[in-house]
Design a binder for this molecule. Structure first.
Ligand code: ZN
Length: 245
């Protein structure tokens, strides 16, 4: 069994809870779709844990830390600068920056494609639930999907297919998507900053014929209070974790 997770965003409490959960399920391999860092108070610790994962891809927040923050609003841009400072200047910074610099933007295994955002623009393009009604966009995306494509980036979990459009995991029987003949884009949600109004950490497990969406409660206040203590991180970044928005 494979676990696929994304958008940890420096939230160590959430990442630890997810790792406990997936190890208890005897997951054999871990794939991370990027955005290990940014917004959250413990980017260094999250990168350290991720060095042991089987696959780690680059997200737009890694890209921003390695270059500069373009296309970010003020609050996110401030967080990028704060994160870069931590990641680069704490002990081991050189190796940590090298690890991030060497991340791939996509990974393909058989008929599965893994990216942070979308197959058209792996680190930047968003596939939002509302895009399911934009058939031109979805058609162009599905053309680049071998059979399955796992993404993150929007922090909203769910399944996109051409016949059903978008379905949130709560619309699926027991939160399970059974693979059929059809192509599917699976958004695995976010470990460290869910935005579907469910504050619990989100990830998926996958075996040959099913994708299971999993929610894991964690100590949100532990992460929020670290955010409130950090000068470079906006307080609202802590508040939003409590409501999952
Ligand atoms: Zn993200």
């Amino acid at each position: 069994m494979l676990a696929i997770l994304s958008d940890v965003h420096g939230n160590l409490a959430a990442l630890e809870a997810v790792l406990d959960d997936l190890y208890a399920r005897k997951v054999e391999r871990i794939v991370c779709l990027g955005d290990l860092i940014g917004y959250g108070p413990q980017p260094v610790e999250c990168v350290e844990l991720a060095t042991k994962f089987d696959v780690v891809l680059m997200g737009n927040h890694e890209e921003a830390v390695l270059t500069e923050a373009v296309d970010f609003n003020l609050r996110a841009g401030m967080a990028v600068n704060w994160t870069r400072e931590r990641v680069a200047s704490e002990p081991g910074g050189q190796q940590r920056m090298d690890f991030l610099r060497n991340l791939s933007k996509e990974c393909r295994e058989q008929d599965r494609l893994f990216v942070h955002g979308s197959p058209r623009d792996p680190t930047r393009e968003y596939i939002f639930p509302r895009d399911a009604r934009n058939s031109e966009k979805m058609q162009a995306i599905f053309e680049k999907v071998p059979k399955l494509c796992f993404v993150g980036h929007t922090h909203v979990p769910g399944v996109f297919t051409e016949s059903e459009g978008y379905q949130h995991p709560t619309q699926l029987l027991k939160g399970i998507y059974l693979l059929g003949e059809e192509k599917a884009v699976i958004n695995v949600g976010s470990v460290g900053q869910p935005r579907d109004e469910d504050p619990r950490a989100c990830y998926v497990t996958f075996n040959e014929d099913a994708v299971v969406f999993r929610r894991v409660p964690y100590d949100v206040n532990r992460t929020a209070s670290l955010i409130y203590q950090s000068k470079g991180l906006a307080k609202s970044l802590g508040d939003r974790l409590k409501v999952g928005r």
